[in-house]
Design a protein around this ligand. Structure first.
Ligand code: NAD
Length: 321
């Protein structure tokens, strides 16, 4: 039975990845410090094949068993989180990545770095192929995240080229699905919690900026395919179906039968106008492309949010404190 170590395994993507790997018959070691993740995301994993290690990866950490694959997912990932944790974000990208790559080297494991589309900065022309070097503002409010991830990519390539570590880099575009935090500031969970409460949906700018949203199950399948390939160069994983944020807000209002109106707020600094992956490389090297239709994925995400809301309301009734 292969063993996978998942840093950030208690987060949105990490916990979905732990589920998938366990379903595929792997042993999973989840390393997390709950900085932005939650015990709630992994508390259903009570089998012997699952192990949790509470550790902050910005400090050296050890694992006393053999490891075949390391998925390096740990990092604050939403603009609200990295604005709150700027130094931590830089440290996770630098020290945290050093420690994780060092551990992979020691264990002779293949390691996959979760990098974001943000390494491309704020491109003006979609789609973004992996050959693009990006247009990043190092001193803007997003710089701590974008540059931490760019540094982590450089570090990964140095461990590959000079230290002989078997590495992979995935560039993840906007992903959505169950276990996103309703208050993490990203568009879909924000729109959803507003729509379910019949409050106005806040769209930034005129809402004409585009994103392409990938359902989490598609993304996780892509990560594992990349891990199990021999590919070392970065690979974009995302859904190329582009839509405007206004269209997304309207779809969510319609699918939740909400009475919410849509209001417009000032555009955040360095907010990209377009965000769309070129997935030619993923198609050619991994045979991967997204399969889940937006409305099917949104339905799963809405059902999860409604269940969460029900749980929270019940808790308030049982425990009025
Ligand atoms: P998340 O915040 O839900 O998960 C990150 C996890 O890392 C959390 O469980 C957090 O507690 C953990 N963590 C943070 N600092 C840590 C530390 N010092 N030590 C140990 N654990 C630590 O975020 P997510 O959306 O699941 O993102 C996971 C990864 O995927 C990130 O690296 C992010 O950059 C990348 N990514 C995500 C998206 C997306 O759309 N969700 C897009 C692009 C890239």
């Amino acid at each position: 039975m292969p063993t996978s170590l998942v840093t950030g395994g208690a987060g949105f993507l990490g916990s979905n990845l732990c589920d998938y790997l366990l379903e595929r018959g792997q042993r999973v070691i989840c390393v997390d410090n709950f900085e932005t993740g939650s015990l709630k995301n992994i508390q259903h994993l009570r089998m012997d094949e699952f192990r949790f290690i509470h550790a902050d990866i910005t400090e050296p950490y050890e694992v006393d068993e053999s490891v075949d694959f390391v998925y390096h997912m740990a990092s604050p990932a939403s603009p609200i989180d990295y604005a709150r944790l700027p130094l931590h974000t830089l440290k996770v990208g630098s020290y945290g990545t050093h420690h994780t790559l060092g551990l992979a080297k020691w264990k002779r494991a293949r390691v996959l770095l979760a990098s974001p589309a943000e390494v491309y900065g704020a491109p003006r022309v979609p789609p973004q192929p992996e050959s693009s070097w990006g247009n990043v503002n190092p001193i803007g409010p997003r710089g701590v995240y974008d540059e931490a991830k760019r540094y982590a990519e450089a570090l990964t390539m140095a461990y590959y080229r000079q230290q002989g570590v078997d590495t992979a880099i995935v560039r993840i575009f906007n992903t959505y699905g169950p276990r996103m935090r309703e208050n993490d500031g990203r568009a879909i969970p924000t729109f959803l919690s507003q729509a379910l409460a019949d409050k106005p949906l806040t769209v930034f700018g005129d809402g004409q900026q585009t994103r392409s949203f990938c359902y989490v199950d598609d993304l996780i399948r892509g990560l594992v395919l990349l891990m199990e390939s021999g590919v070392h160069e970065p690979v974009n994983i995302g859904n190329p179906n582009e839509m405007t944020l206004l269209e997304m807000a309207q779809t969510i209002v319609e699918m939740t039968d909400s009475r919410s109106e849509i209001v417009f707020e000032a555009l955040p600094v360095d907010d990209p106008q377009v965000r769309q992956p070129d997935i030619t490389r993923a198609r050619q090297l991994l045979g991967w492309e997204p399969e889940i239709d937006l409305r099917d994925g949104l339905r799963q995400t809405i059902d999860f949010a409604v269940k969460q809301l029900g749980g929270a309301q019940q808790q308030t009734i049982v425990d009025p404190e």
